[in-house]
Ligand binder design. Structure first.
Ligand code: DQA
Length: 143
Protein backbone atom coordinates (compact mmCIF):
# COMPACT_ATOMS: atom_id res chain seq x y z
CA UNK A 1 0.00 0.00 0.00
CA UNK A 2 1.29 3.45 -0.87
CA UNK A 3 0.00 6.71 0.62
CA UNK A 4 0.84 10.09 -0.88
CA UNK A 5 1.07 13.03 1.53
CA UNK A 6 0.72 16.37 -0.26
CA UNK A 7 1.39 19.76 1.32
CA UNK A 8 0.47 23.11 -0.15
CA UNK A 9 1.91 26.62 -0.12
CA UNK A 10 3.94 28.02 2.77
CA UNK A 11 3.97 24.74 4.67
CA UNK A 12 7.70 24.59 3.89
CA UNK A 13 7.98 27.44 6.43
CA UNK A 14 6.53 25.45 9.34
CA UNK A 15 8.65 25.86 12.44
CA UNK A 16 8.99 29.61 12.02
CA UNK A 17 5.68 30.48 10.33
CA UNK A 18 3.02 31.96 12.65
CA UNK A 19 3.79 29.54 15.52
CA UNK A 20 0.65 30.64 17.39
CA UNK A 21 -1.39 28.99 14.64
CA UNK A 22 0.93 26.27 13.37
CA UNK A 23 3.22 25.38 16.29
CA UNK A 24 6.99 25.02 16.18
CA UNK A 25 7.42 21.69 14.43
CA UNK A 26 9.02 21.78 10.99
CA UNK A 27 7.64 19.98 7.95
CA UNK A 28 10.77 17.79 7.99
CA UNK A 29 9.90 16.72 11.55
CA UNK A 30 6.31 15.94 10.55
CA UNK A 31 7.63 13.97 7.59
CA UNK A 32 10.03 11.96 9.78
CA UNK A 33 7.24 11.11 12.21
CA UNK A 34 4.97 9.98 9.36
CA UNK A 35 7.73 7.89 7.82
CA UNK A 36 8.26 6.18 11.19
CA UNK A 37 4.55 5.43 11.49
CA UNK A 38 4.37 4.23 7.87
CA UNK A 39 7.18 1.76 8.57
CA UNK A 40 5.34 0.57 11.69
CA UNK A 41 2.12 0.11 9.69
CA UNK A 42 3.97 -1.56 6.81
CA UNK A 43 2.98 0.96 4.13
CA UNK A 44 5.01 3.08 1.69
CA UNK A 45 4.86 6.85 1.98
CA UNK A 46 5.49 9.52 -0.62
CA UNK A 47 5.73 12.97 0.99
CA UNK A 48 5.88 16.23 -0.97
CA UNK A 49 5.33 19.97 -0.58
CA UNK A 50 4.83 22.58 -3.26
CA UNK A 51 3.99 26.24 -3.39
CA UNK A 52 2.45 25.77 -6.86
CA UNK A 53 -1.11 24.77 -7.65
CA UNK A 54 -0.10 22.93 -10.85
CA UNK A 55 2.50 20.83 -9.02
CA UNK A 56 -0.13 19.78 -6.48
CA UNK A 57 -2.58 18.87 -9.26
CA UNK A 58 0.16 16.79 -10.95
CA UNK A 59 0.91 15.15 -7.59
CA UNK A 60 -2.77 14.21 -7.13
CA UNK A 61 -2.83 12.64 -10.60
CA UNK A 62 0.45 10.79 -9.90
CA UNK A 63 -0.93 9.58 -6.56
CA UNK A 64 -3.87 8.02 -8.36
CA UNK A 65 -1.60 6.23 -10.82
CA UNK A 66 0.97 4.99 -8.31
CA UNK A 67 -0.80 4.98 -4.96
CA UNK A 68 -3.78 3.91 -2.94
CA UNK A 69 -4.68 6.99 -0.91
CA UNK A 70 -3.99 10.69 -0.43
CA UNK A 71 -3.52 12.83 2.67
CA UNK A 72 -3.58 16.47 1.64
CA UNK A 73 -3.12 19.77 3.42
CA UNK A 74 -3.87 22.12 0.53
CA UNK A 75 -3.08 25.12 2.81
CA UNK A 76 -4.45 28.37 1.31
CA UNK A 77 -5.62 26.50 -1.82
CA UNK A 78 -8.17 24.76 0.41
CA UNK A 79 -10.30 27.84 0.29
CA UNK A 80 -10.38 28.58 -3.45
CA UNK A 81 -8.62 26.10 -5.73
CA UNK A 82 -11.25 24.53 -7.97
CA UNK A 83 -8.34 22.95 -9.88
CA UNK A 84 -7.24 20.97 -6.82
CA UNK A 85 -10.83 20.11 -5.99
CA UNK A 86 -11.45 18.86 -9.53
CA UNK A 87 -8.24 16.79 -9.49
CA UNK A 88 -9.34 15.08 -6.24
CA UNK A 89 -12.79 14.48 -7.73
CA UNK A 90 -11.30 13.07 -10.94
CA UNK A 91 -9.16 10.40 -9.34
CA UNK A 92 -10.39 7.15 -7.92
CA UNK A 93 -8.44 7.12 -4.65
CA UNK A 94 -9.70 8.22 -1.22
CA UNK A 95 -8.31 11.48 0.18
CA UNK A 96 -8.23 12.88 3.69
CA UNK A 97 -7.95 16.65 4.23
CA UNK A 98 -5.70 17.77 7.08
CA UNK A 99 -5.17 21.20 8.65
CA UNK A 100 -2.84 21.95 11.52
CA UNK A 101 -4.93 24.82 12.82
CA UNK A 102 -8.63 24.94 13.63
CA UNK A 103 -9.78 26.56 10.39
CA UNK A 104 -13.26 27.03 11.89
CA UNK A 105 -11.98 29.21 14.73
CA UNK A 106 -10.08 31.72 12.58
CA UNK A 107 -11.00 34.19 9.81
CA UNK A 108 -14.38 33.42 8.19
CA UNK A 109 -12.79 32.63 4.80
CA UNK A 110 -10.87 29.70 6.34
CA UNK A 111 -14.09 27.93 7.32
CA UNK A 112 -14.85 27.26 3.65
CA UNK A 113 -13.12 24.32 2.01
CA UNK A 114 -13.73 23.66 -1.67
CA UNK A 115 -11.98 20.29 -1.34
CA UNK A 116 -13.96 18.92 1.65
CA UNK A 117 -16.91 17.69 -0.47
CA UNK A 118 -14.60 15.48 -2.56
CA UNK A 119 -12.60 14.10 0.39
CA UNK A 120 -13.44 11.03 2.44
CA UNK A 121 -13.06 13.09 5.61
CA UNK A 122 -10.84 15.53 7.39
CA UNK A 123 -8.96 16.47 10.57
CA UNK A 124 -8.24 20.01 11.70
CA UNK A 125 -7.00 21.80 14.78
CA UNK A 126 -4.89 18.97 16.20
CA UNK A 127 -1.49 20.19 14.94
CA UNK A 128 0.97 17.61 13.59
CA UNK A 129 -0.98 14.80 15.31
CA UNK A 130 -3.61 15.32 12.61
CA UNK A 131 -1.18 13.94 10.02
CA UNK A 132 -0.41 10.74 11.89
CA UNK A 133 -4.06 10.24 12.85
CA UNK A 134 -4.98 10.67 9.18
CA UNK A 135 -2.40 8.06 8.19
CA UNK A 136 -3.77 5.54 10.70
CA UNK A 137 -7.36 6.28 9.62
CA UNK A 138 -6.62 6.02 5.89
CA UNK A 139 -4.69 2.77 6.25
CA UNK A 140 -7.54 1.33 8.36
CA UNK A 141 -10.06 2.45 5.75
CA UNK A 142 -8.06 0.92 2.89
CA UNK A 143 -7.54 -2.36 4.74
C1 DQA B 1 -3.73 25.46 6.98
C2 DQA B 1 -4.89 26.43 7.16
C3 DQA B 1 -5.04 27.33 5.94
O1 DQA B 1 -6.13 28.23 6.13
C4 DQA B 1 -3.78 28.13 5.72
O2 DQA B 1 -3.88 28.90 4.53
C5 DQA B 1 -2.55 27.30 5.72
C6 DQA B 1 -2.44 26.20 6.66
C7 DQA B 1 -3.48 24.62 8.26
O3 DQA B 1 -2.80 23.60 8.14
O4 DQA B 1 -3.95 24.97 9.33
O5 DQA B 1 -1.59 27.59 5.00
O6 DQA B 1 -4.04 24.56 5.93
Amino acid sequence: MKIHVLNGPNLNLLGSREPDHYGDRTLAEIRAEMEGLAAELGVDLHFMQSNSEGDLIDAIQDAAEEGDGIIINPAAYTHYSIGIRDALAAVDVPALEVHLSNVHAREAFRADSVVAPVCLGGIWGLGPAGYTLALRALVDFLR
